[in-house]
Design a protein around this ligand. Structure first.
Ligand code: URA
Length: 381
């Protein structure tokens, strides 16, 4: 199997803890206490991530030009290293959560605020930090950033370049990125939560092809295996829906690219479509969406742990159109959020950083009196 070991600045490939020796044999295979495949790959992932960070765990940029620049303007976020004190503003970030729409990510910010008991100073509200970019929305709730990424690979790719640079400028240590989204299931009913094990393109290739200066660079679209396992372990058996893991296919289009018959154009028939969907299903694909390839490839390239958690809106083996009513879709979209909230909460709990005494900017002393005062105010003319 080819190794995807990357050359780290100043070091040759295969010297960064990669088990592949010069003759291509896996060194571990001769060891009497051979590790399991999962331990091997997780160990390699850990080394990959560590090699790409500064010793204190902060994000190292794989671009020598940035530190030579007078200032770095993060244009699509309406932030800059010369104009903003990014360490002061973002230095305490641990989790960066992304999803398609500004509204959904504003809601996520409110949900996580209640879940982790983060209090805003009295009389203040959450503010969209990137409102003047008119591109993406960004909210900060203590150690959590909630950012909208728009639709498709180019949109999430541009955002990731700037978020990874933001992590670097703010000296954020060991950040974890999540994409919370929607998808089409392949063999799974609408409402199923899918945690991606890896991302593949429309031809099942586990890499993002980027055209740079007229040449194609392939970046492995890998996700953190341990994170997948931890998230899977947080699925509650009482949840009234399934939470599954598998390969996620990421396409450049919602219609023809995902084998739909209902786009403005279509040059294939139902049986061609079903043959393709059955084939990718057999290859381990459990869902299809439009961002995971860039999300996995760019976070992996930056040495940032990342996970993709989506909810299926329909089973593509049964149809093309999203037919569930809006209220149902709204409830389904809460499901990936719940799982990611559980993960963040558990992490902060372990670090002793969770404060659940009240939430939001209001501290309630007596719920009975609080209710009376509220009712009184509402009826006051
Ligand atoms: N998002 C997608 O990309 N495809 C679907 O089928 C549903 C949501």
């Amino acid at each position: 199997m080819p190794c995807d070991c990357v050359a780290v600045e100043g070091r040759a490939p295969h010297q960064n803890g990669c088990k592949k020796s010069a003759n291509g044999a896996a060194a571990a295979s001769h060891h009497p206490h051979r590790k399991t495949y999962d331990e091997e790959t997780e160990g390699a992932e850990e080394r990959h991530v560590n090699d790409l960070r500064y010793p204190d765990g902060s994000v190292r940029l794989r671009n020598p030009h940035i530190e030579l620049m007078d200032q770095d303007i993060l244009y699509h976020l309406a932030l800059g290293s010369g104009s903003h004190d990014l360490v002061e503003m973002f230095g305490d970030v641990k989790f960066v959560c992304m999803g398609g729409t500004p509204k959904r990510m504003e809601q996520f910010a409110h949900t996580i605020m209640a879940e982790i008991g983060h209090k805003l100073p009295c009389g203040t509200t959450l503010q969209d930090i990137s409102q003047f970019s008119y591109r993406y929305s960004m909210y900060k709730v203590g150690p959590v950033l909630s950012v909208s990424h728009g639709m498709g690979i180019p949109s999430v790719g541009i955002l990731l370049h700037e978020l990874i640079k933001l992590m670097y400028h703010a000296r954020v240590r060991e950040p974890v990125f999540f994409r919370i989204g929607t998808c089409g299931g392949v063999g799974y009913e609408g409402g199923t939560v899918v945690i991606s094990e890896e991302a593949v393109d429309g031809s099942l290739k586990n890499a993002l092809d980027v055209n740079v200066l007229g040449n194609t660079i392939s970046r492995p679209a890998k996700l953190d295996k341990r994170l997948v396992r931890e998230l899977r372990g947080l699925a509650d058996p009482e949840d009234p829906y399934d939470t599954v893991t598998g390969k996620t296919m990421c396409t450049y289009d919602f219609y023809e690219g995902q084998g739909r018959l209902d786009g403005a154009f279509c040059e294939f028939n139902e049986s061609d479509k079903m043959e393709y969907l059955e084939r990718i299903h057999k290859a381990g694909v459990v869902n299809i969406e439009m961002e995971s390839l860039a999300f996995a490839a760019l976070t992996h390239h930056a040495g940032i742990k990342a996970a993709v958690v989506c909810v299926t809106l329909l089973d593509r083996l049964k149809g093309d159109q999203v037919l569930a009513p809006k209220e149902v879709l709204d409830e389904w979209q809460q499901r990936p959020t719940k799982l990611v909230c559980r993960y963040i909460k558990r992490y902060l709990q372990m670090k002793g950083r969770l404060s659940l005494d009240g939430h939001g900017s209001i501290a309630v002393k007596s719920p009975r009196r609080f209710k009376l005062v509220q009712q009184e105010s509402e009826t006051y003319d």
